[in-house]
Design a protein around this ligand. Structure first.
Ligand SMILES: Cc1cc2nc3c(=O)[nH]c(=O)nc-3n(C[C@H](O)[C@H](O)[C@H](O)COP(=O)(O)OP(=O)(O)OC[C@H]3O[C@@H](n4cnc5c(N)ncnc54)[C@H](O)[C@@H]3O)c2cc1C
Ligand code: SF4
Length: 546
């Protein structure tokens, strides 16, 4: 099938690009493929949303009764946490860009569904339940489209009775809007060496739950962030807690994947965070409604790769446009989708096709996205270098000097290595021991996967590819205790023994059907032996409104 523009991923970036293209010229044909069973089913975010992107994309959003973003931020709190106590930090020394007043709290999944409906009403074709699994190349090596995965293939790789061949969607331009660590984006970055002049991308894993809480605990529009406990052993990250709509609270925890201790479990850090006296009370008699996890990019300005390649471009978090210090990326996702759409429109109007969108590449650093990322470019490196307490202080100071004088005493600090290379051997660390969940505010992985409504067709090829199947036991178990067992939030990876004495040969087991598509294994595996590829379209989590 031929289109002018093929978009991979119906997140805020992909949908913004599609909407912008159709509003610039209703004759441009645009198709969007989405691996989730519905638009929004795979979206997981905070979310406190800076409306700069929405104001430009859909200026009527505040008056549109269908738009689900309804709760303005009313209160902004920061805490430093110790094991039993906490200290609230005053708001006045916070850099201005950290101020959340003027932003809105809500579900990015719900907002994405609203954007999807708007795009369809403008004539964009959206295909949920279809994963883009392959890039199609032309004779000059340019990207000319994508192919969606075959459906109805058995675990043994053979077609089943319900087999249907994937589709080829060809376009004059392909926009990759897959979010953090996109599978086709990863291929494109490697094929065209798009990251040869940038620092390695850095990542975090974000775990999130949605709760309905008691009305006496609920403060509409309250936005609260913490750092400190429970993270130890040099790990960095922090929590978010947002009150919105009718007694809903979005609570989450981000752990930066550059951590060193292989016994760290981001999922369990999140669970024990909720047991802190400052936090626990919020959830008293509350009901946990949804749960999930997703990687986010945190490298920022210096890790953004080259964005344009022959035949297309990276947009949104596939490009690394997350502002890690603000824990916000959806505004830049929308802005970058619009910016790429403008350049695609100009190229199509000039009769061009499948060439490099150099105008997009050339304009982002001088745009609002560039200034958003440039001001915070050292925060992540300062946290990593100096640890939380000193790093947060220096990061704050650096944001102030950037804001006031457009200057940093640090210049631009580099990210020296990818997150896959930061683990220390297990023999050199103090193992972290986590408390058992209390099933009141803290829970185990299986009940949490259940709440993510994750579902995969069981009889299909495993979508977590091991380049060398012997490495998990031969190398990772011996050296690191096989950290995949702990960093995977869904319990997909297990090391099992035939009996409890553990004298038998261990086996590495992959429970692929539990995968919530967070992409952490693809990022953190120390041997870079795991490649996440899309499973059969429609599989994965079915987040209600995350
Ligand atoms: C825990 C957490 C908290 C966050 N908090 C905030 C916040 O408070 N405010 C904020 O502004 N931002 C926040 N962010 C960041 C924000 O969610 C992202 O910046 C934003 O979602 C990026 O949009 P995107 O369109 O680039 O990618 P995504 O939102 O990730 O969307 C990508 C879409 O593409 C689909 N897709 C991927 N690969 C394929 C494929 N091969 N074929 C078909 N479909 C595919 C996915 O299923 C998904 O629907 C947070 C992120 C996390 C993880
Ligand atoms: S298998 Fe990988 S992508 Fe899936 S949930 Fe686990 S860490 Fe995330």
């Amino acid at each position: 099938m031929d289109y002018d523009v093929v978009v991979v991923g119906a997140g805020p970036a992909g949908l913004a690009a599609a909407i912008r293209l159709r509003s610039l010229d209703p004759n441009i044909s645009v198709v969007v493929v989405e691996k989730g069973s519905t638009v929004g089913a795979h979206i997981l975010s905070g979310a406190v949303i800076d409306p700069i992107g929405l104001d430009r994309l859909a200026p009527d959003w505040r008056s549109d009764g269908e738009c689900p973003l309804k709760t303005p931020v009313t209160s902004d709190r920061f805490y430093f946490m110790g094991q039993t106590g906490s200290a609230r930090l005053p708001n006045w020394p916070m850099p201005r860009l950290m101020n959340n007043h003027g932003n809105f709290v809500g579900s990015l999944g719900a907002l994405t569904r609203w954007l999807g409906a708007r795009a369809e009403s403008m004539g964009v074709e959206i295909y949920p339940g279809f994963a883009a699994t392959e890039l199609l190349f032309g004779v000059r090596g340019e990207v000319v489209g994508i192919a969606t995965g075959d459906m109805g293939v058995g675990r043994d790789g053979r077609p089943k009775a319900n087999f249907s061949r994937g589709m080829e969607l060809r376009g004059k331009y392909v926009l990759l809007a897959e979010g953090a660590r996109g599978s086709l984006s990863k291929q494109v970055i490697a094929s065209y060496k798009l990251d040869s002049a940038s620092d390695p991308q850095k990542y975090g894993i974000g775990l999130k739950e949605v709760w309905e809480i008691r009305s006496d605990q609920f403060t509409p529009g309250l936005v609260q962030h913490t750092f400190g406990w429970p993270l130890t052993s040099g790990a960095t990250g922090g929590s978010f807690l947002y009150h919105y709509d009718d007694r809903l609270v979005s609570v989450g925890f981000v752990v930066h994947l550059g951590y060193q201790n292989p016994t760290l479990s981001p999922f369990d850090e999140f669970q024990r965070f909720k047991t802190h006296p400052l936090i626990r009370e919020t959830f008293a008699d509350g009901k946990r409604l949804a749960c999930g996890a997703r990687a986010l990019t945190s490298g920022g300005w210096q890790s953004v790769p080259k964005l344009a390649f022959p035949g297309g471009a990276l947009i949104g978090c596939a490009a690394g446009f997350m502002n890690f210090a603000r824990i916000k990326g959806s505004h830049n996702a929308i802005l970058s989708g619009m910016m790429a759409a403008d350049k695609v429109h100009d190229a199509l109007a000039a009769g061009r096709a499948n060439d490099e969108l150099t105008a997009y590449e050339d304009s982002w650093r001088a745009s609002d996205i560039g200034s958003d990322l440039h001001r915070v470019r050292n925060v992540k490196s300062l946290w990593s270098k100096f640890g939380l307490v000193v790093g947060v202080g220096l990061g704050g100071l650096d944001m102030w000097t950037n804001e006031l004088f457009k200057f940093s005493i640090f210049g631009t600090l580099r990210h020296d290595k990818p997150d896959s290379q930061t683990l220390n051997p297990i023999s050199e660390v103090t193992p972290i021991v986590y408390p058992k969940p209390d099933d009141i505010v803290s829970f185990d992985k299986s009940s949490s996967v259940f709440l993510s409504n994750t579902n995969h067709e069981e009889d299909q090829p495993i979508h977590l590819h091991l380049q060398d199947p012997t490495i998990p036991i031969r190398e990772n178990l011996r050296r690191y205790g096989e950290p995949a067992r702990l960093y995977c939030p869904a319990g997909v990876y297990e090391v099992v023994y035939a009996d409890e004495t553990r004298h038998t040969e261990p086996r590495f087991v992959i429970n692929a059907q539990n995968c919530v598509h967070c992409k952490t294994c693809d990022i953190k595996d120390p041997a870079q032996n795991i490649t996440w590829v899309p499973p059969e379209g429609g599989g994965g989590p079915n987040y209600p409104d995350m």
